[in-house]
Design a protein around this ligand. Structure first.
Ligand SMILES: [Zn+2]
Length: 129
């Protein structure tokens, strides 16, 4: 995603996304490795995760951290270091939503084949927008 969108997420949830961390520990220094069209999905997911993460941190005494966010086979992948059934379910819902959402513009899309599987609307098709 473009930097200004990434920055919004990092500023809102600074302890979740360690974009300045060591790549031995987290892949977030590589950024959010998906298109701008999924910003809304990731933002909503993080908002929904907040209460669940607060409970998890309280119970375990550990900080929740996301170590990779990327596109794979046309779908969002959101990997974190610890989770609960509740957190897993929220992530799964967001990942499913991404397979119906164009990763360029955020409109309704379908997963399309070819060399690199992506989820796109009709307008953005299979191009490299
Ligand atoms: Zn599109």
């Amino acid at each position: 995603m473009k930097e200004e969108l990434e920055r919004k997420l990092v500023e809102r949830w600074p302890t979740w996304f360690d974009v300045n961390g060591s790549i031995k520990r987290t892949l977030m220094p590589f950024g959010f490795e998906h298109g701008d069209g999924w910003f809304g999905i990731v933002w909503r997911l993080c908002e929904q995760l907040e209460p669940a993460v607060n409970r998890l941190e309280k119970e375990t005494g550990r900080k929740f951290e996301v170590f990779q966010v990327k596109e794979k086979f046309g779908g969002l992948r959101f990997y974190c270091d610890s989770s609960t059934d509740e957190i897993d379910a929220l992530i799964r819902t967001a990942e499913e939503e991404s397979t119906r959402t164009c990763d360029v513009c955020g409109r309704k899309g379908t997963t399309r084949g070819g060399g690199w599987i992506r989820t796109r609307c009709d307008e953005h098709g299979d191009g490299n927008a």
